[in-house]
Design a binder for this molecule. Structure first.
Ligand code: 3H9
Length: 694
């Protein structure tokens, strides 16, 4: 039974026990209804407390039920029934009270919380709005501005702040159970204080309009946040019951939206990436000490990520000057974390005087459990580093390379322990970006893979397993869609228009703004590296080479596709002439591209290569690709990732596009066999998302 009712003296005790997070699935809703009735009928009980077993209070509605036929009793009705009870009910909150969980607490007549608890209404992150009274009860407790902030930001507020806002009535000072029962004792025999009976706060149209304008600017394309604002304000202008009806209508409308499906796909995919057979079989190495080789921006970023997570880090550089520079970089990144409120100033000092050490002797790494190499991208250099690591590392230490494209099998060959070697591909800035590709080479042991995933969890990152190939999952797909946008620019598209079309689609940044940020030298070096393998029909973005050769490296030189002397940056005024000259030189007749064609070509290229990445096992499943693109490449979360988007858009339409584009370039536009097969058999990428077997 996920919900039980008992009594202690004159206090009824309702316990929800539905691991892992006490979500209000159908059985919990039915159980709560029954428990409320049992309490109502129990003449000896004069007040009740709702507790949750396990690690948390209710973390929300059961998301896995969404999109399936709804089953009574519905959560708003359950909460309304509890609120309507004639005897007071206290919510005793620990862990996280989220979504429907917080709404359940709001429907209780008093709330007490463990000081460590956190509360929030994260429904908008799932493309929904609070649908069990949150839009109408929360503002009655906290006021309108705070409620709109909590609902639209989806942030979790700490218990102390919840107390200040009036969201809860008390913080437990000792044992939560005892304190909650004591609170119920004080309320026993009194009429219950129903949140729904409290007066609604006054409307503030100017503030509401300003909030909606900010949301439209910050979250282009996303609908849940603005609809939530409308539902809150429209509902509050009506009597409570009618306000609840407005909320229900808004909730159900969003439940049917493609954005809800996409965001919930993202939620479950980010958890499913860790469901791998290797991880079940293996115990990760301990992570007490981490060694890092190389203190450039990447090495320093990885060191900072580890230090912020409380790990001990020893960083090796080639000489004292480089070690001292690396120390300065890490100190600067920690300062940034202090400025952003992510780290207390005194913790920074403790880290720099204790947990963080630099050295020039590899022997200093002899005690580390995990060693991460972040040196120059050259196989010779990597071989030297790994030979050294093999020499000094203790038995069982895991050896990782942060390479973004080199062959991890070949790197492992430099050691006598290839089972301990894997790739850990961090994204820059490594202490900020959430994605970590865990690159599994042919001989990498399950223990090493488990260590990569354990590190990601410790650092608050999302790990995705990737196979060995040039670019792994993300950069390999990126290089393909880069080729598609560059080809459009060669054929007449304006890079600035390409950026705009793709940011309008929802990408965080357009490809040319991204190039400016990374530096045009990066792409230039990649093209140089790959020049020998280039097919005669591969199209070379000569315009990008030309910009680089003229010293325009993007942001770092002040000019690339955009001119950064201006604030905000403007398109590089010399770019149109440069493009005209390059096209003339190549004998190309420019044509116009609509935004729709720009998006269609970009997405077709992306999805086509992603299908190959799945088919050859570089990504375990389509959902792994989605998680990589969402967390490392600015793909719009509300579109669920490229594979989810492709399923929703129609694989047959994408295949038809590819075949159409192939009429003018059948070298680049070759349909991936997996895509052809899925269309032929009427399947979708989602059909391949089951748990991998190996
Ligand atoms: C809502 O409430 C709508 C209402 O307003 C109206 C209704 C009418 N349902 O994240 P973890 C699973 S919308 C089902 O790894 P953590 C999760 O998939 C909901 N399953 O743990 C995972 O399964 P697995 C509003 C859920 O400690 C396991 O639990 N609420 C749910 O890192 C552990 O999860 C939210 O949006 C759920 N609600 O973090 C809260 N939640 O092991 C969503 C989790 O098979 N949840 N699971 O992979 C969270 O934010 C985090 O899970 C939480 C714990 C912070 C609670």
């Amino acid at each position: 039974m996920p919900v039980t009712y008992a009594r202690q003296g004159r206090i009824g005790l309702i316990t929800i026990d539905n691991p892992p997070v006490n979500a209000t699935g159908q059985a919990v809703r039915a159980g709560l209804m029954e428990a409320a009735q049992a309490f109502a009928a129990d003449d000896r009980a004069q007040a009740a407390v709702i507790f949750c077993a396990g690690r948390t209070w209710v973390a929300g509605a059961d998301i896995s039920e969404f999109g399936k036929p709804p089953q009574a009793p519905f959560l708003p009705d359950v909460i309304t029934a509890i609120e309507a009870l004639e005897k007071p009910v206290v919510a005793a909150i620990h862990g996280t009270a989220l979504g429907g969980g917080l709404e359940l607490a709001l429907g209780c007549h008093a709330r007490i919380s463990a000081p460590s608890a956190r509360m929030g209404l994260p429904e908008v992150t799932l493309g929904l709005l609070p649908g069990a009274g949150g839009t109408q009860r929360l503002p009655r407790l906290t006021g309108l501005a705070a409620a709109l902030d909590i609902i639209t930001s989806a942030r979790q507020i700490p218990a102390a702040q919840a107390l200040e806002l009036g969201l809860i009535d008390a913080l437990a000072t000792g044992d939560l159970t005892a304190d909650a029962i004591a609170l119920a004792e004080t309320l026993a025999g009194q009429p219950p204080r129903r949140t729904g009976d409290l007066p609604a706060p006054d409307a503030d149209p100017a503030a509401t309009d300003a909030l909606k304008a900010t949301l439209a600017r910050k979250l282009p394309g996303q609908i849940a946040q603005t609809i939530a604002v409308d539902v809150v304000t429209e509902g509050l202008a009506l009597p409570f019951d009618q306000g609840m009806a407005v909320e229900r209508a808004g909730f159900l409308a969003l439940m049917d939206s493609p954005q809800r499906a996409a965001l919930i796909h993202a939620f479950f995919s980010e958890r499913a990436v860790g469901h791998l057979p290797q991880l079940r079989q293996a115990q990760a190495a301990p992570l007490d000490g981490v060694g890092i080789v190389g203190g450039g921006l990447m090495g320093a970023g990885i060191a900072t990520a580890c230090l912020l997570a409380g790990l001990d880090v020893t960083l090796i550089e080639r000489d004292d000057a480089a070690a001292s520079k690396a120390r300065g970089t890490v100190a600067g990144l920690l300062d940034g974390a202090v400025a952003r409120g992510k780290l207390a100033a005194d913790r920074r000092d403790t880290i720099l005087s204790g947990a963080f050490r630099t050295d020039t002797d590899y022997a200093a790494l002899s005690k580390a459990d995990l060693l991460i190499e972040a040196v120059f991208e050259s196989m010779d250099v990597k071989h030297q580093v790994f030979a050294e690591l093999d020499r000094v590392a203790k038995p069982g230490a895991v050896l990782a390379t942060n390479t973004s494209y080199l062959d991890v099998n070949a790197i492992a060959d430099a050691t006598a322990r290839p089972g301990d070697v894997l790739g850990l591909h961090f994204f820059s800035p490594a202490h900020v970006m959430r994605l970590l590709e865990v690159v599994v080479a042919d001989r990498t042991s399950p223990r090493a893979v488990a260590t990569g995933f354990a590190l990601a969890k410790r650092l608050g990152k999302i790990a995705v397993r990737a196979g060995v190939c040039d670019g792994f999952i993300g950069n390999r797909i990126l290089s393909h869609y880069r080729a598609a946008v560059d080809a459009m620019v060669l054929d007449g598209a304006d890079p600035i228009a390409v950026d705009r079309a793709l940011t309008d689609f929802g990408f965080a940044m357009g490809p040319y703004a991204v190039t400016d940020l990374a530096g045009l030298d990066i792409g230039y070096m990649t093209r140089q590296r790959k020049a020998a393998d280039r097919h005669p029909r591969d199209r070379v973005p000569v315009f990008a080479d030309r910009l680089y050769e003229q010293g325009h490296l993007g942001r770092k030189s002040g000019r690339g596709y955009y001119d950064y002397a201006a604030k905000p940056p403007v398109p590089n005024p010399d770019l149109p002439a440069l493009l005209v000259a390059v096209r003339a030189e190549l004998g190309l007749t420019p044509r116009d591209f609509t935004d729709a064609e720009i998006v269609a070509r970009t997405m077709a290229a992306l999805v086509n290569e992603a299908a190959r990445v799945v088919a050859d096992g570089t990504a375990a499943r389509p959902l792994d690709v989605d998680v990589v693109m969402l967390n490392g490449y600015g793909f719009p979360r509300w579109r669920g990732g490229p594979m989810h988007w492709a399923d929703a858009h129609g694989l047959d339409r994408i295949l038809a596009d590819i075949r159409h584009f192939a009429e003018t370039d059948d070298h680049f536009w070759r349909p991936a066999p997996l895509l052809v097969d899925l269309v032929a058999t009427g399947r979708r990428f989602a059909d391949l998302n089951k748990e991998p077997q190996s």
